[in-house]
Write a protein that binds this ligand. Structure first.
Ligand code: HEC
Length: 381
């Protein structure tokens, strides 16, 4: 990385090496460099090989930005292009299943670029990585028809011959319709693998009736108040957490974190990206941000209450704007909605965050420890 600053000439000669370096961070800087210096010739030489190596979201984004920037039809307003590009690579016949799995994870869950029958085909493939990516997409997004109407999720969850990750993801995806899978979940609650049993418990807890029926109903009653950070700290420090479980919790519908936050390339970009947050935020602040989301809110996350001219009351965080002035807001469910300024009667700023209060009460103390372990890890993949 120093090369770039130290010696531009010599460094440029080494670009092809840097672009194929085994460290994604080195490749990332090299890609950016090409874009900034408009080294179109170098780009056309290395582009294809590089495409095969992309392995992090950061690198993929730099790749897409540089491609778009150096292409003749560059148009700064064309932001959707990145997604199109990913979809193109994804659907390319020559793309390997492993590559496809990576690209599928990079595509936002709400993207319509991949047809359901395509997902169905990939889920039936013999590549564990690709099947896992499809299940992850289903867990984060919505249930495609072919899964809503079949027993595939149950069958996957129960199949002890499949990789553990795949079964865990299928159990998470059952949160879209826990009642349908009630019998399977009941059985999985007693699974001898604790990761499977606790994951099934989380899915059961997304439905109050089901939780009560299985005697694992959950409430915040009798737990420490959320503003007593000192006591919470003691509780959470009592035992170590497990980062692998924490990752499962972060992405599970019971905790909802990934509906708004991205970590390690997965999740939505509504709240701040939490990848490596453990390196920049103290443990105390981290705990406090989860216990009391509204205590400190940076201005860009301000929440507005909007009264529309037809009398509806909406609440959301400013998320962006369309060309015609329509404003996009995000709500407490991590979903976006749109309002045109001409339909707004009044707008008042709120003191609360859209990050819901009381999320810790949806989790056990141990789950919170695991979640913290995951967020504190600060690893970079
Ligand atoms: C509905 C969206 C939403 C959900 C769900 C949500 N968050 Fe947040 N989160 C936000 C927003 C917006 C902010 C920034 C404003 C604020 O601090 O409240 C934030 C802030 C944070 C911060 C502070 C980050 C920083 O850089 O200051 C942490 C840590 C955090 N959230 C963790 C979590 C965890 C863990 C979960 C799951 C248990 C979660 N969030 C669920 C929207 C959400």
């Amino acid at each position: 990385l120093v090369l770039r600053e130290a010696n531009r000439q010599a460094g440029q000669k080494r670009l092809p090496d840097l672009l194929t370096d085994s460290d994604p961070r080195v490749r990332f800087v090299a890609i950016q460099w090409i874009g900034e210096e408009r080294l179109g010739e170098v780009w056309s030489q290395v582009k294809d090989e590089l495409e095969q190596r992309l392995s992090t979201r950061q690198e993929l984004e730099a790749y897409l930005a540089t491609s778009a920037f150096l292409s003749k039809s560059y148009n700064p307003g064309q932001e959707a292009r990145g997604e199109e590009f990913v979809a193109e690579m994804l659907l390319d016949k020559n793309t390997s299943p492993e590559r496809r799995a990576f690209l599928l994870r990079m595509l936002p869950p709400e993207s319509k670029s991949v047809a359901e029958n395509q997902l169905q085909q990939w889920l039936a493939s013999d590549s564990p990585a690709l099947r896992l990516a499809v299940l992850g997409r289903v867990a984060d997004g919505g249930l495609p028809k072919f899964l809503a109407e079949s027993n595939t999720l149950s069958d996957t969850a129960m199949n002890a011959k499949l990789p553990l990750d795949e079964r865990l993801e299928a159990i998470a995806a059952m949160s879209h319709d826990p009642t349908k899978h009630a019998a399977t979940l009941k059985q999985l609650l007693d699974d001898k693998n604790p990761l499977i049993a606790t994951q099934a418990g989380r899915t059961v807890r997304t439905n109050d009736q089901l939780a009560a029926a299985n005697s694992i109903a959950f409430s915040g009653e009798g737990r420490t108040p959320l503003n007593d950070v000192a006591t919470w700290r003691q509780i959470l420090e009592k035992q170590p957490g497990d980062a692998k479980s924490g990752e499962l919790i972060f992405r599970h519908a019971v905790a909802q974190c990934s509906r708004c936050h991205e970590a390690e390339g997965r999740g939505a970009a509504i709240g701040p990206n939490l990848t490596g947050i453990g390196r920049t935020m103290s443990r105390e602040r981290l705990i406090e941000s989860i216990l009391q989301p509204s205590k400190e809110i940076a201005p860009q996350f301000a929440v507005w209450q909007i009264e529309t001219t037809d009398g509806r009351i909406l609440k959301g965080m400013y998320f962006g704007e369309e060309v015609d002035g329509t404003v996009i807001y995000a709500n407490e469910q991590g979903k976006t909605f749109k309002v045109h300024p001409r339909d707004v009667e009044s707008r008042t700023q709120q003191k609360q965050s859209i990050m819901p209060e009381g999320l810790p009460y949806r989790l056990t103390d141990q789950e919170l420890r695991d979640l913290l372990a995951y967020l504190s890890e600060g690893r970079q993949k």
